[in-house]
Design a protein around this ligand. Structure first.
Ligand code: PLP
Length: 478
């Protein structure tokens, strides 16, 4: 499957192979990579997946995207190994919360958030591709809390990569911070930036845009802008839908949304043929996406801290992938629109584009009071402790569920023990960390605090990265 950049205005656009897209993350023109076409998941394929393991579903979903990277048997062995390492046998188990309302638990990986489902796969994939190419990369990423620790868990101690994660100083939970700052690996660097998540994300984009820096350090990104992460996230939507009766019965999903990566993966599943009746974007008080769906204007507001910090985002990077599609895959128009967005704070949209977006997505804003109320009520009614992000999903699912006959799956994107204060305040019960993380709160931390300033961050990285100064040659695409 060849990939193109959302901002490539050439006709035809440059087509890249999966490997290059995997390693680059963000395109050189500032765009995001998307597949040239959507492969189909036929009804017969979906039916054949009933009762199969998560790794088997992953193999079926990812096969057309990774074509040619690893031999099918090797790829399948890797999937078995990766998802066999998750602590729950079902990997992404479903729990019934109420009539036609399900919770999909996506916190059974090493760092207790859904980010593990993709990053645990990306780690060994990076390593294999880089080792084969005799290359090393410097992975940089911005995190609103959970991506950082998941990326670090995936890449720690790997000879092929150094990893630098920027997070907003003082704006993530203690558990989230400690999952990054207590990792003793020499190739791991957690950087606290005096700013918001959007500032961190801007710094990462600016480093990618700095061609000299990018080449010297052989930069790579594992943020949710990396196509391979989206691909890996498509898997659990398919797994859940098949478990609930797809392709013979449609399903709906409610997704707590920040950078739009997770829900975009659901949209990809739908494009591939999964019968999804409704996709619900749940936002917290940082509601740019909900406002867009409501009145068609995407205007950046100030980022406000909330009980669900991994969603404290105003610029949802992956939205560009949807925009590209809604704008008729016109790379030049997308490049212009996102330049305007950056300059004016408002994304140029028109009535047709808004209409189409509204057809594809429903949205609901869940403020802190509603998050707490949902945690409390769900605990009372079902005995389940929701983390604040999962509470956004459940509240949004209840608020906008359209068809009572269609099972609605709310995504539990983090373990409640990642956000113990918020959960305890709402439910009156303090969630315990799983045994595998029991000593997290007592291990020593390594913290670097840097100003929100590109030169300072680049200097810090240059001084610590082990990377060679050699440039990658893109592979020809076949
Ligand atoms: C990352 C994250 C989100 C937001 O997901 P996006 O893909 O950025 O929309 C929501 N909840 C939790 C717990 C997360 O870690």
């Amino acid at each position: 499957m060849p990939y193109i950049s959302t901002r490539d205005g050439r006709k035809p656009p440059e087509r890249l192979a999966f490997e290059d897209v995997l390693l680059a993350g963000l395109a050189g023109d500032g765009g995001l990579y998307v597949p040239d076409a959507w492969p189909r998941l036929e009804a017969a394929t979906l039916r054949a997946l009933r009762g199969e393991s998560y790794a088997a579903v992953a193999a079926a979903v990812t096969a057309p995207f990774i074509e040619g990277v690893l031999a099918p048997a090797e790829w399948r062995a890797l999937l078995d190994e990766v998802y066999g390492g998750f602590v729950h046998a079902a990997v992404a188990p479903l729990k019934e919360l109420g009539p036609s309302l399900w919770l999909m638990e996506l916190f059974h990986g090493p760092t207790l958030a859904f980010k593990d489902y993709a990053l645990q796969l990306l780690g060994p994939l990076f390593d294999r591709v880089l080792t084969r190419r005799r290359e090393r990369v410097t992975v940089i990423g911005a995190t609103s809390g959970d991506t950082g620790s998941a990326a670090i868990a995936a890449l720690r101690d790997r000879a092929s990569a150094d990893i630098f994660i920027l997070y907003p100083h003082g704006r993530i939970s203690d558990v989230q911070r400690r999952q990054m700052t207590t990792v003793p690996a020499a190739n791991v660097h957690a950087v606290a930036v005096e700013g918001t998540f959007d500032d961190c994300q801007d710094l990462v984009k600016a480093m990618f845009a700095d061609a000299g820096f990018r080449a010297a350090l052989n930069l790579s990104a594992v943020n949710s802008i990396n196509w391979a992460r989206i691909m890996a996230q498509v898997v659990y939507y398919v797994a859940a839908a098949v478990a609930l009766g797809a392709p013979d019965r449609p399903v709906a999903f409610a997704v707590p949304t920040g950078n739009f990566g997770n829900i975009y993966a659901a949209h990809v599943a739908r494009r591939m043929g999964l019968p999804i009746a409704q996709l619900v974007i749940g936002t917290n008080r940082n509601d740019i996406l909900a406002r867009f769906i409501r009145d068609g204007k995407m205007t950046i507001g100030a980022v406000e801290p909330s009980l669900s910090p991994s969603m404290d985002i105003q610029v949802s990077s992956n939205f560009e992938r949807l925009y590209f599609e809604l704008a008729g895959r016109d790379g030049a128009a997308v490049a212009q629109a996102f330049r305007d967005f950056r300059q004016s704070g408002t994304l140029p949209t028109d009535a047709a584009l808004w209409q189409e977006a509204k057809t594809l997505f429903a949205a609901h804003r869940v403020d802190d009071a509603a998050i707490s109320a949902t945690i409390a009520q769900t605990f009372r009614d079902t005995g389940e402790l929701l983390d604040p992000h999962s509470a956004v999903a459940v509240a949004a699912a209840r608020a906008v569920k359209r068809d009572p006959a269609v099972p609605m799956v709310a995504l539990a994107c983090a373990h409640p023990a990642k956000f113990p204060e918020a959960v305890e305040r709402a439910a009156g019960v303090r969630p315990a960390l799983p045994p595998r993380l029991a000593d997290l709160m007592t291990q020593p931390e390594r913290i670097a605090v840097l100003p929100n300033d590109l030169a300072s961050v680049e200097r810090f990285i240059r001084e610590r990265a082990r990377t060679v100064q050699k440039e990658r040659t893109p592979l020809p695409c076949g």
